[in-house]
Design a protein around this ligand. Structure first.
Ligand SMILES: [Zn+2]
Length: 164
């Protein structure tokens, strides 16, 4: 199990960085295989750089035919987490930078939960529309439903006949 990283300890370490071999079940992600890959966490003074590549296989449900299918989820990332004082709500104006979706500000003396970060990154890679294949035909009604609708039509036809 990958433990959260104490940022002050990382800053005090000789290399300021740690290389993590990932082979973990990430909670809340419907994974068939553990999340695997490598992550490097590098303390750069003002910020922490988290870079790496991880992959897993998840089970998704097709939005069109409702069948389950397996999907390879992979993320290549290089994230910057700005370090702030615990008492500060946000970084001062002059240090403001253009932020991408995941850029965050975290207290410099906090713990970095790498697994939680991986979970967020992998969620971003989930397809917006789950399709088991590009040409998925969708749901075809089972025969009994088709027969049922046929019966309704015939009842309607009969009613029409009676009225006329
Ligand atoms: Zn489908």
């Amino acid at each position: 199990m990958i433990k959260p990283i104490e940022l002050t300890k990382l800053a005090a370490s000789p290399t300021h960085q740690v290389v993590l071999e990932i082979n973990e079940a990430v909670p809340d992600l419907n994974c068939l295989t553990p999340v695997q890959g490598e992550v490097i966490v590098h303390h750069q003074g003002d910020f922490v750089e988290v870079a790496g590549c991880v992959h897993t296989i998840v089970t998704l449900q097709c939005h069109r035919c409702l069948q389950s299918f397996n999907y390879r989820l992979e993320t290549n990332f290089d994230e910057v987490l700005w370090l702030v004082d615990s008492t500060e709500d946000k970084v001062p104006q002059e240090r403001e930078v253009v932020l991408t979706a995941l850029d965050e500000h975290i207290p410099h003396d906090s713990q970095l939960d790498v697994l939680d970060l991986l979970y967020q990154l992998l969620c971003l890679e989930l397809p917006s529309q789950n399709l088991c294949s590009v040409d998925c035909p969708g749901v075809s009604p089972p025969p009994e439903i088709q027969a049922l609708s046929d019966q309704r039509w015939s009842a309607l036809a009969q009613l029409k006949q009676e009225l006329s």
